[in-house]
Design a protein around this ligand. Sequence first.
Ligand code: EPZ
Length: 427
Amino acid sequence: MDAIRIRGNGPLRGTVRVSGAKNAALPILCATLLSDGASRLRNVPALRDIETTAALLRFLGRGVDVEAPIVDVAAGADVKPEAPYELVKQMRASVLVLGPLVARFGRAKVSLPGGCQIGARPIDQHLKGLEALGCRIHIERGYVIAEGPGGGGRLKGNEIYFDIPTVTGTENLMMAAALAKGRSTLVNCAREPEVEELGRVLNKMGAEVEGAGTDVIHIRGTERGELGPFDHAIIADRIEAGTYMVAAAIAEGGDVVLEGANLDDMEALVVKMRAAGVEVASEGQNVRVHRPGPLRAVNVTTAPHPGFPTDMQAQFLVLMCTARGESVISETIFENRFMHVPELQRMGASVALRGNTAVVQGVDKLYGASVMATDLRASASLVVAGLVAEDETEVRRVYHIDRGYEHIEQKLRSVGAKIERVRGAEA
Ligand code: EPZ
């Protein structure tokens, strides 16, 4: 298994290009199932989750050619609407094929994803929404079996109320409602930029989606077979950009330009970065991040968009480890998303965990250690910690990072980090 070795060596300086958004690309790849035509997706990052989605689409019967940053999905209507456990267990977002499959083919059999390291992550809201559209759902031997009305008929538009805003749940239901008969109204939707982006693509395909990116989405369904293919370049990855924003600020004097980052999608993070004493400014199509002096401690509570993203909690917590004073970081989205904390303690951080809250006392210095994490953002946060830690930090099990950060070592090296990948390191 690969590891990443970092030697802390002071501030980063230079320019990093932000890649396309993983969490926008995944639902959009699944949306290709709504049309029988050939679609092209541009600005796709070279990531393991993209390969996993491509493998899933191929399993279903579509030809997929991944040549990052371009992914082509070939035309084809001969689809076997079944997503096996072997693929779904590798990536929970595979559940995003459920809505499009049952809407387009009247039937879908998709493995239940099960829990993951950051929490139980149920999909009850996805299933309840599909039932509201007339699906009959039952669970059989770990699989969700969904059938359109009357044993495979067209879904019927309806009002769907989400008990909590769910990103992939909103996306699944938007795709299903796009082919349902009549109008659907989705209430209490997730407002993430990736949801808005899916709305844009569905409209390009000929769907009528209004309000994506707000908490109420109206969709007028289109006949099966009437949604066309698309050619679309996806938005910049706000979480990758945010991670490099924190990396730029982790050492005093850091000065990094994030090429293609979109500040409009990152407001909550930017407010907290500025409160901590970091300068963040738009410069044309880019964003400049500069840390002129010591960091101030600030408190953060994660919340659905436009609140502070749970996907930036680990990285921001690392930033607070060497800030002056005490910061309180609360995680409200996932119940087990502090796995980076024990690893950071091994690097000399002073963090006390109390339920869903971490209390961080800033220390003068972090020390390099051998660390590992069991999810994507936690692993990235440890790499960021390594940038300022004394001596060498080895982050193990970096396959998590490869799910969500394109060429992370090259990008960090290009702004001055001493970082290398060690192939086949001890797990
Ligand atoms: C998406 O996951 C992202 N994944 C996650 O990105 C991100 O952390 C998360 O949204 C929150 O922003 C993709 O977009 C592919 P949710 P998702 O449904 O959709 C509960 C990363 O690192 N819930 O919005 O699975 C759930 O347990 C990641 O890139 C239900 O109770 O998250 C959680 O507490 C990991 N029932 C909350 O809602 C449901 O049916 C929000 O989860 C669905 C969700």
